[in-house]
Design a protein. Sequence first.
Length: 284
Amino acid sequence: MLWFPLALGAALLWSAGGVLVKKGFTAVSPLWNNILNNLLSLFIWIPAALLLSRFRVPLPPWWLLLVILAAAAIYQVFYYSLSKGQISLTGTLIAAYPIFTIVLAHLFLGERLAVWQYGGLGLILAGGVVVALPERVQAGALRDLSWILWGFLGACSLGTGDFLSKFSVNRIGPYAHLFYLSILFNLVTPLNFLFDPEHRSAPRVLSLTFLPTFLGIIIHLLGAICFTVAFAYGPASLVSSVSSIYPALVVLLAVRFLRERITWKQGLGIGAIVAGLVLIGLVR
């Protein structure tokens, strides 16, 4: 059951990091979010991987490096999708990303869960979507349906990237995976310049408006360590779903630190998530 607290820890870190990254979108484009994320991963993941593995990082076969490279490229879509349209609407669709991981893990990794575990996954996914749904929609947001496409792409990229990461972790372990993923992240960095020439101008890194992005990405990367290590101890279907509860944690953080109130809809969603966690994490 070590995967369970690790996945919860990843969700907690991602919830805090996500708030900061979204706040920074006004000053830092997704292109530079990706570049900074890829660069900082070298300074956070590689030392962590070496220390935790006691400097034993095996060299994977060439075809597995291609799998990790594919995951690195697919993950680049996330910040772009998160920034498109009304963020709360797009984020609602992205919150359903474990569906892709569950389906792929079922088809290609042979993961089979108990009936009550599938029930727990359903409660977590439904609760996450309900919590992420906005109370109010900006005028005109529903007329521009591009957020549906970007939300779907974001969910697909995260879910598929997580499946590829689990595939890699099963073969070389979590620490070696993080080691090579951080290197290959930077190999795909030029793709951002290729597909987003409009935002190539560098942000003002010495400005206070850059600080939320910087801190948010560091927290995201720390959460990814917990998430990847969790893959070594639990099924991708369960790890991905438990880590996806961060929308509910964002609400709870806002209640604790911003003194916001939980709406009945959010309370219903959080209740469903808690019930789902009990089903898949505590029942044996």
